[in-house]
Design a protein around this ligand. Structure first.
Ligand SMILES: NC(=O)c1ccc[n+]([C@@H]2O[C@H](COP(=O)([O-])OP(=O)(O)OC[C@H]3O[C@@H](n4cnc5c(N)ncnc54)[C@H](OP(=O)(O)O)[C@@H]3O)[C@@H](O)[C@H]2O)c1
Length: 467
């Protein structure tokens, strides 16, 4: 038997170890290069560049190499490009002069993103965007343009960034026959509610914690007001065939009036409070709302916690489908964006011939499918649903549950359940659940309650887990 001395073993071990940890030098020969033009080089844009580098194998397995060749930023002065071959510029004309095959839009906001996406599409460049503000507001126009030009416009990362399902809705008309959508679409709000629920933090303390963890922007107004969720709901509705729902037409309420005692009271009734986005579709009639609301503790959304997102889709053919996972985060968003890029590049004939006008993409790319016509805005009627309500009221010293009923019943609002009266520093507090009614009726009843008790009231929508 051959025995090795220590002086022989050590170098052999070192060589073997080095072989294991050193990545083999891979040849890129034979890979098709996809030249990406990146609009925006902030958190998501930087993650797109890093993911292209880090996860080369994922693209190589599809026979592709993803190269970021141009980057557009607001301020390019003294800023290094991610790679010596990449053009980093603040000049949109210079950006579009670069040899690029696909545009990734990671700017945020409506303008100039809308103008730049339109320019790209008109030049025959497929676009991938994660910008829900842009697509919520201008989606119908941009998708229509993409469809007319036959140029793909993908946006998988714009809603529940880490869970790909929009593409299925786009490509599969039966999957897209959705009649009810209930989701938790804003991770920042969900994190804040989870912190209030778990640790009885005030809204301000929970928001400060979200900021510390990088889960809330310095200006989180769009998250807390429900504007971000309304953009995403409009975009979801567009993917199930309703192109005319503007985010502003969706009833919206924010988190700001919520207190820890409300979350605890909802739990005693058997519900969790979540930042909900809801839509029910009946032909061309859509009822929708966005805002904190109650779902039964048995509902899947009650288990979507912290910054996670979830969405339940119901339809006559699909039954109930539930998706949940990370809703944001630069890395997961970049991964979903690049999956879209790879999917586009997999279509034969996707690449624009140099100098040629827009090339028609493969059938289905950028379209929603023949069985899935878009309902135009003029035919749509959008309003808010009649739901049960969870009401918190501050009672005067002499008032009790009977007082509450005496005030609400004549207004056409009947109570389904009441909690016990709690003595709080600001006065006595009572929570109750009503039978379903529309908002205007409830608001009249709350005004009467305010006149009778003088206290401030809170009302949140309450969803039942019906099929
Ligand atoms: N962050 C996430 O986890 C996440 C998740 C899903 C979707 N999204 C969406 O992804 C998009 C980008 O988000 P982000 O977090 O990466 O934003 P960000 O960090 O603020 O980055 C924005 C980038 O766009 C550039 N930009 C902004 N306005 C511009 C203009 N007028 N002209 C040229 N460049 C401009 C900025 O340039 P400068 O660098 O020069 O300022 C910056 O590089 C948004 O639509 C967001 O809603 C984000």
């Amino acid at each position: 038997m051959n025995t090795l001395s220590q002086s022989q073993i050590v170098p052999r071990l070192k060589r073997a170890f080095a072989r294991r940890i050193k990545p083999r030098k891979r040849s890129d020969a034979g890979l098709r290069v996809v030249r990406i033009g990146l609009l925006g080089f902030g958190r998501v844009g930087s993650a797109v560049v890093n993911t292209c580098r880090r996860a080369r194998d994922a693209a190589a397995r599809r026979g592709l190499r993803l190269d970021v060749r141009a980057v557009l930023v607001r301020n390019a002065l003294g800023r290094p490009a991610p790679d010596p071959r990449t053009c980093l510029t603040a000049d949109a004309d210079e950006f579009f002069r670069q040899p690029i095959d696909v545009v990734v839009e990671a700017l945020g906001g409506v303008e100039p993103a809308a103008r730049l996406v339109e320019t790209a599409l008109r030049r025959g460049l497929p676009v991938v965007s994660a910008n829900k503000a842009l697509l919520g507001e201008r989606g119908p126009r941009l998708f229509e343009l993409a469809e007319t030009l036959g140029v793909p416009l993908y946006c998988e990362a714009s809603v529940v960034a880490g869970v790909p399902f929009l593409g299925d809705l786009r490509a599969r008309p039966f999957a897209a026959r959705v009649r009810r959508i209930v989701g938790v679409l804003n991770g920042t709000s969900n994190f804040i509610l989870s912190r209030i629920e778990r640790d009885a933090l005030s809204l301000e303390a929970a928001l400060a914690d979200a900021r510390r963890r990088g889960l809330a922007e310095p200006d989180s107004g769009r998250d807390l007001s429900g504007a971000d969720a309304a953009d995403k709901l409009a975009l979801l509705l567009l993917h199930v065939g309703l192109a005319g729902v503007q985010p502003d037409a969706i009833e919206r309420s924010g988190l700001t009036t919520l207190e820890p005692l409300d979350i605890a009271a909802a739990k005693r009734f058997g519900y969790a409070i979540r930042p909900l986005a809801f839509a029910e579709i009946d032909g061309t009639h859509v009822t929708a709302f966005v805002g904190p609301g109650l779902v039964p503790l048995s509902h899947a959304l009650a288990h979507v916690e912290n910054e996670s997102n979830g969405v339940e889709l119901r339809g006559p053919e699909i039954g109930t489908v539930f998706h949940s996972g990370p809703g944001a985060g630069p890395d997961v968003t970049a991964a979903t964006i690049l999956d879209d890029v790879i999917e586009i590049a997999a279509h034969p004939g996707w690449r624009r011939a140099a100098g040629a006008p827009a090339v028609r993409a493969a059938p289905g790319a950028g379209r929603r499918g023949p069985d899935h016509p878009l309902d135009r805005s003029e035919r749509l009627q959008i309003d808010a649903p009649a739901t049960a309500w969870f009401v918190r009221t501050r009672l005067a010293a002499h008032a009790d549950v009977a007082t509450l009923r005496e005030v609400l019943n004549p207004q056409g609002v009947s109570l389904r359940a009441t909690g016990s009266i709690m003595d709080q520093p600001g006065g006595r507090v009572l929570h109750a659940l009503t039978h379903p009614c529309r908002r205007d009726r409830l608001e009249r009843a709350l005004a009467a309650l305010h006149a009778a008790t003088g206290g401030t009231n809170l009302a949140l929508r309450c969803l039942e887990d019906r099929a």
